[in-house]
Design a protein around this ligand. Structure first.
Ligand code: NQM
Length: 363
């Protein structure tokens, strides 16, 4: 368990458009600091290439899920998400991840935490980071998870079996600042939290179109400075405290849709620009677009009926159902429910051998 010569049992799965190392909680140290130090060695951090570990040199491929049987009667399993820094020796539990969530149900069946059904299995998951619940439903047959299927998600080549994820309303207020719109670092924004604290910003208010490639946006240092100022100020307004080294809030630039969707997005997570969009990030964007008076309301083309809408991003789109009830008599709007289709795939199952403790780090 301490990462000695016997290694640690680990499964690598693609969850949605992310990839992560999945562990049973009992296979890792119980103490958080010891666990995190071990996970840095497992992933090969800190190192921009993560050459000596499992990490893929990007925040979207430097992720960990820690899963255990739940003691909560409303859940089958507990899922703790940990974002492992790439260049920095940091492990953060301050956000959920809805993409890695897509692999949690299959992993729970693979490890015998949940008995598979015939045809399909639903796993009730408590997301330890926020205390919120989600239910993931996916095909199972003959006691095994079925990964092959015909569901296609943007950002992943080929097709795979669908993992349908449903979220009841979360515990956080939808509008953490209490307003549909705030002026932050002189820019109008909407701060929203439908599972992921997110700041919505009209791209043109920052002098960009919102259709640029993520790599080009990352190279715009003046933009990075302005986003940083917005993030630090918005973090305080959203009750997140000092977010200098936190992975939240995310910042999503909005522009009118170009491919039949409701809106085009470029999302900073929060420094690198996402190549698509996170699941809970998309849930927050979708709910935020529906907030009357919010910055998204003016940019988006919202469908006339139903909860489903299409969020465009740099590698395609993400369809999501997000219902918002508008408060009566001055009550704030609240999220009703959110549902999304993802896919997941087991890549390997085995034993990981972490870099030895105390190995010199030469950046
Ligand atoms: O928003 C990236 C991802 C995510 C998180 C991030 C996610 C979510 O794409 O639920 O999935 O925003 O850091 O994996």
């Amino acid at each position: 368990m301490n990462g000695g010569p016997e290694g640690i049992r680990c499964m690598l799965l693609r969850g949605g458009t992310s990839k992560g190392a999945y562990f049973l909680a009992g296979d890792l140290p119980a103490e958080a600091a010891e666990r995190d130090a071990l996970l840095l060695r497992v992933m090969g951090s800190p190192d921009p290439r993560q050459i000596d570990g499992l990490g893929g040199a990007h925040p979207l491929t430097s992720k960990v899920a820690v899963v255990s049987a739940s003691t909560d009667p409303a859940a089958d399993v507990d899922y703790l998400f940990l974002q492992v820094g790439v260049e920095k020796a940091e492990v953060s539990d301050r956000q959920n991840c809805g993409n890695i969530l897509a692999g949690v149900g299959p992993f729970a069946v693979e490890r015998g935490l949940v008995e598979p059904g015939e045809g399909r299995t639903s796993v009730r998951i408590r997301m330890v980071n926020s205390g919120d619940l989600a239910t993931a439903t996916f095909p199972t047959e003959g006691g095994r998870v079925v990964y092959e299927g015909d569901a296609e998600i943007s950002g992943v080549p080929g097709t795979a079996a669908p993992v349908v994820i449903e979220f009841p309303p979360g515990s956080a207020p939808l509008l953490p600042t209490g307003h549909a719109r705030d002026l932050v670092a002189d820019i109008p924004v909407t701060c929203v939290d439908n599972g992921m604290p997110t700041v919505l910003i009209a791209a043109d208010s920052l002098g960009v179109t919102g259709y640029e490639d993520p790599g080009d946006l990352e190279e715009d240092l003046a933009l990075a400075d302005r986003l940083r100022a917005i993030r630090l100020e918005a973090g305080k307004l959203m009750g997140l405290g000092d977010v200098e080294s936190a992975t939240v809030p995310k910042l999503t630039l909005l522009a009118p849709p170009r491919d039949g969707g409701a809106v085009t997005t470029r999302t900073f997570i929060p420094v690198r620009c996402h190549t698509s969009i996170g699941v809970l990030g998309a849930a927050s964007v979708a709910a935020g677009l529906r907030v009357e008076g919010g910055v998204g309301h003016a940019v988006a083309l919202l469908p006339g009926h139903g909860d489903r809408l299409r969020i465009e991003h740099s590698t395609g789109f993400l369809d999501i159902e997000a219902g918002v009830d508008h408060g009566l008599g001055g009550d704030p709007p609240v999220a009703r429910r959110t549902a999304v289709v993802r896919t997941a795939r087991k890549i390997f199952d085995g034993t990981v051998f972490p870099r030895p403790a105390g190995a010199a780090h030469h950046p």
